[in-house]
Design a protein around this ligand. Sequence first.
Ligand code: JFZ
Length: 434
Amino acid sequence: MKDSSSSPKDFGAWFTDARLGLFIHWGIYSLLGRGEQVLFREHLIPSEYCKLADEFTAPAFDAHEWARMAADAGVRYMVLTTKHHDGYCLFDNPDSDYTSTNRAAGRDFIAEYTEACRAAGLRVGLYYSLNDFTWPVMFDGEKRDPAEFERLIHYTHSSIETLCSNYGQIDILWFDGMWPITAEEWRSDEIDAMIRRLQPNVMINDRLHDTPAKNPDSPFNDGRPGYFDTSERRVVGSPIGRAWEGCDVMQHRWWGYINHEPHCKSPAELIFLLGDLAGRGGNFMPNVGPTADGRFPDDVKHQLEALGRFTRKNGEALYGTQGATGLFECSTVGPLTRRGSTLYVWVQWWQGDTLHLCGLANEVLSARVLGEDFDVQVERRGEHIYLGGLPTNPPDPICSVIALELDGEPRAYSWCEQKLWGSDPTVYADWARS
Ligand code: JFZ
């Protein structure tokens, strides 16, 4: 896939165009079925926990099957854990023997994963946790043992250099686990410079560097392209023009495999999250916690199949669009995305044979329901637009998208340009007197 970041203005354009990724948390913790943080939260004995590496053989792991299911779901990039907080490496790390190549599995899972992503036309993302529970000095702090602390920092730099050198083009580096060490102690700016030397076009998330408040001068915070914000399990949008991504679990709480998960997100919840994020100009990256033997749980397969049905029918309203929900917040039917003079209305709450919109100042030249072939009548009465000729019941049980071809870029009436319940209540006074 040609990299579109040939010039600074295009840097990372593929990322915001992609809109849908897939996060995968997989490791020896999957054997226990109690999530990815079980070692730390259940205070297991690390020297005992590490022996799981001699049971983790993943006989059913097939990276091409993972990539196929993701691509069929309409996913454009994947991010797989290369090492989580527990320190187990899913790649051939010459600085550690606690790896999938040196222990029972005897395989370089990251090599297989990156090759399968590219074969499926997916962008390659790698998650790396800076902190590592196999290094007690992480908790002691530098003062207790400066030499050991420096060895941890060197190990971290060297491991990231291995990932950036030995696995071809990497499109996303998703860092995590800065706590309890600071970006200055990790020497994050040196890590950044090394990454940019080896992978100049990679997108780096917001957990390698300090926040703008802590360090306004860091590469991440000076507005240069190649970075994105991560909003986790809550939708906190970033300023227009800043790449950002909301990630969330497809099950209920944990990112790693759970033996008995009574509440997996429904297809509707996932599609509503996708629309909410896309409508705000963000990406959505739902997460899978595969079983220890390497399979996606059946619930996840059903969720991915539902995402695939939706993206095949409505991809035009998702990929390469900009958020438009904030354009005029009086839409009661669902989020909005836009591309040029086309406005996409993601109708989550169907209104019947006529749909009413208010606040859009454009002339609507035509309207169509994506994936359907019936005609939609358009009528304007003052500030109100009525789309008629629709079926009484929604064409899609979860979300039906209506594309409005406009006389130009979508624009709102002045009274609804501000945020709803906005700063100037007088804009509503004439309406209240009508
Ligand atoms: C971290 C990990 O601890 C977790 O296991 C998982 O890998 C997740 C993707 O990342 O958890 C976080 C990190 C940051 C926030 C919340 C959970 N945060 O900033 O709100």
